[in-house]
Ligand binder design. Structure first.
Ligand code: MN
Length: 507
C-alpha cells in the first residue's frame, strides 16, 4: 500500500478544520453537558491545542485533530460524558508535551489526572519484545480496573489510529493492525462495544489480508441490489402486520462485516457464494422498559405467523443477557425461496447497549454497581493479583476467556454462573470458591454423578462433591479451561512442591 501524500492546508483552512471539529464535539456532547462543563471542556481543548501546537500527525494534519477525533468517538460512539472528554482531549499531552500530571490535577482535579496517568502509562507499551508485551498488557488491565474510562479512551485512541493507518509505513501498519486484532478487538467485544469491535476487525483485516479483504468487499457490493430486493420481499408482510398492531419500530437488513464473512468461510470451509446468512433482519421496537419483553415476544409471534422458525436457532438473550450486557431475541426462519433468514428482535434501549456497550447502559441505569462489567473487572483483578501466574500464561488464559462462547450453569440454590464453553465440573467448582475447587472429587450434574472432567452445558445444574483429603493434581490442568481454575491449581502445585523440598531437606 502506498504511503499517503500529506495534505498541506493554509493556516486559515487549518484553523477552520479545528473549529469545525470542536463544534461537532460539543454537539455530540450536548445531552450530557451539566452546568460549567462547557467551560471545562473549552479549557481542556485550549490547553491541549497550546501544548500540541508545534506537532503534526503523519498525515500532515495539525496534531490537535487527533485528540479531538478521539474525544468525538468517546462522546458519539461510546456515549461517555464530560470527564472522559476532558481526558480524551488531554490523553497525549503528558506523554508528548511539556504538560505534567500536576498541571492536569490543578486544572481538572484528581480523577482526571489519574485517568490521564493511566493513559500515559499504557501508551507506547507494545514497542518491546513479546514477554514485555504480555507483562505490560497485564499492567494496562490493572490500570483499567481503577477506572474503566482509561480503557474506553484507549480503545477510541486505537480506533482513530486505525482509521488513519494509511499514512503509516507498511511494517508499522502490519504491527499495529495485528495488535489490534489480537488485543483490542477482543477487548472491545468483551466490553460489549459491538460496532467498535467490528470496525477494528475489518480495519485490521484490510491491512493484514488486503487481497481477501478487497475480494469480499467487492462481492458484497456486487450482490447488494439483489440482496436488498430479497430483504424487502421478506420484510414487507411483517412490516404491514406490525403497523396494523400499532407497533412503533424500525426494521432493517444488517449486512455481516467483511471480517465475520471471512471467519465463517474459514470456519466452515465454504466459498462466499455458499454463505446464506450474509445479513440479518433487525427489528427495533420503541417501547417503555416494562413492556420490552412482551413486545419483543409479540413481534416474534407475528414473524413466525409468516415464516416457519428453526427451533434449534432460537436465542433468548432477553431473559438471560450475555455477560457483556447484550440483550436481544434471535430466531432463524425459513424465508422466501427456501432461504434461512436470521431475525433479531430488540427494544431501542437494547439496541443502543448492543451497539455502544456499557456507557449506553449507564445512561439508562444511574448506578453501575451491579453491572456485569464490575464482575468482569473483579475477575481480571483476581487473576492479576495471583502472584504465581507468569505474564505469558496470563495472556493465553485471558485470550482463551475472550474468544470462547459462554455457557450458563446453575448452582443447586439456583444461582447462575457464566463460564466459557468447554468448561468442566472442576471449572465450575473453582468458579464458586477456591476451596470447593481444591477439594473437588466429582459432581452431580442434573442429579447424575459425573467425573471432574465432565464438560458442562448451558442450563446444567451442578452440585460439587468434595473430600477433605483431596488436593489439586497435575492432570487437572489438562481439563480446566477457565483462567481462574488454571491459576489456582498452578499456585497450589507450586506450593506443594516447595513444601516437599523442605521436607526432603529436613531428613
Ligand atoms: Mn493518541
Amino acid at each position: 500500500m502506498a504511503e499517503q501524500i500529506p495534505t498541506i492546508h493554509t493556516a486559515e483552512a487549518e484553523k477552520d478544520m479545528i473549529l469545525k471539529a470542536y463544534r461537532a464535539l460539543l454537539r455530540a456532547l450536548k445531552p450530557s453537558l451539566g452546568k460549567g462543563d462547557k467551560k471545562t471542556i473549552r479549557q481542556a481543548f485550549d490547553m491541549s491545542m497550546e501544548a500540541h501546537k508545534d506537532m503534526r500527525r503523519k498525515t500532515g494534519e495539525p496534531y490537535i485533530l487527533h485528540p479531538l477525533a478521539v474525544a468525538q468517538i468517546c462522546a458519539e460512539e461510546i456515549g461517555l460524558g464530560p470527564l472522559a472528554i476532558v481526558c480524551a482531549l488531554l490523553h497525549d499531552t503528558v506523554e508528548d508535551t511539556h504538560l505534567t500530571l500536576e498541571d492536569i490535577k490543578s486544572n481538572f482535579g484528581e480523577k482526571a489526572a489519574s485517568i490521564v496517568d493511566g493513559l500515559t502509562k499504557i501508551a507506547g507499551v507494545f514497542d518491546k519484545g513479546t514477554s514485555l508485551q504480555a507483562e505490560n498488557f497485564r499492567k494496562m488491565l490493572l490500570t483499567l480496573s481503577d477506572d474503566v474510562r482509561v480503557i474506553l479512551i484507549k480503545l477510541a485512541d486505537r480506533l482513530h489510529n486505525m482509521r488513519t493507518l494509511d499514512s503509516m509505513k507498511r511494517d508499522k501498519q502490519l504491527k499495529i493492525a495485528s495488535e489490534t486484532a489480537y488485543l483490542y478487538a477482543p477487548l472491545a467485544h468483551r466490553l460489549g462495544l459491538y460496532s467498535i469491535k467490528t470496525e477494528l476487525e475489518d480495519l485490521s483485516m484490510k491491512y493484514t489480508e488486503p487481497e481477501i479483504y478487497n475480494d469480499i468487499y467487492d462481492k458484497v457490493q456486487q450482490t447488494r441490489k439483489e440482496r436488498n430486493r430479497f430483504i424487502n420481499e421478506f420484510s414487507d408482510p411483517i412490516k404491514n402486520e406490525l403497523v396494523k398492531q400499532d407497533f412503533k419500530f424500525d426494521i432493517k437488513g444488517r449486512s455481516k462485516s467483511i471480517h465475520s464473512i471471512w471467519s465463517k468461510m474459514k470456519r466452515q470451509g465454504v466459498s462466499f457464494e455458499e454463505i446464506y446468512d450474509l445479513f440479518a433482519i433487525r427489528i427495533i421496537i420503541d417501547t417503555d422498559e416494562e413492556n420490552e419483553k412482551p413486545m419483543c415476544w409479540k413481534a416474534y409471534s407475528i414473524i413466525t405467523d409468516f415464516y416457519h422458525p428453526n427451533p434449534d436457532r432460537l436465542r433468548d438473550w432477553i431473559s438471560t443477557p450475555k455477560a457483556n450486557g447484550y440483550e436481544s431475541l434471535h430466531t432463524t426462519v425459513m424465508g422466501p425461496n427456501g432461504k434461512w433468514v436470521e431475525v433479531q428482535i430488540r427494544s431501542r434501549r437494547m439496541d443502543e447497549i448492543a451497539e455502544k456497550g456499557y456507557a449506553a447502559h449507564w445512561k439508562y441505569k444511574e448506578s453501575s454497581a451491579e453491572s456485569a462489567i464490575d464482575e468482569w473487572i473483579e475477575k481480571i483483578r483476581e487473576l492479576l493479583e495471583s502472584p504465581e501466574t507468569n505474564a505469558l500464561d496470563f495472556i493465553d488464559d485471558f485470550k482463551l476467556n475472550l474468544f470462547s462462547d459462554e455457557i450458563f450453569v446453575f448452582t443447586p440454590g439456583g444461582d447462575m454462573k457464566t463460564l466459557p464453553s468447554g468448561a468442566t465440573a472442576l471449572d465450575f467448582a473453582f468458579e464458586i470458591h477456591t476451596d470447593l475447587g481444591s477439594k473437588c472429587i466429582g459432581a452431580k450434574v442434573n442429579h447424575k454423578l459425573v467425573p471432574l472432567s465432565h464438560k458442562l452445558r448451558s442450563g446444567d445444574q451442578a452440585e460439587i462433591l468434595t473430600s477433605n483429603k483431596q488436593t489439586p493434581k497435575e492432570d487437572w490442568l489438562s481439563y480446566v479451561v477457565t483462567a481462574k481454575a488454571k491459576s489456582k491449581i498452578k499456585t497450589a502445585l507450586k506450593e506443594e512442591k516447595k513444601n516437599s523440598v523442605r521436607t526432603e531437606k529436613k531428613f
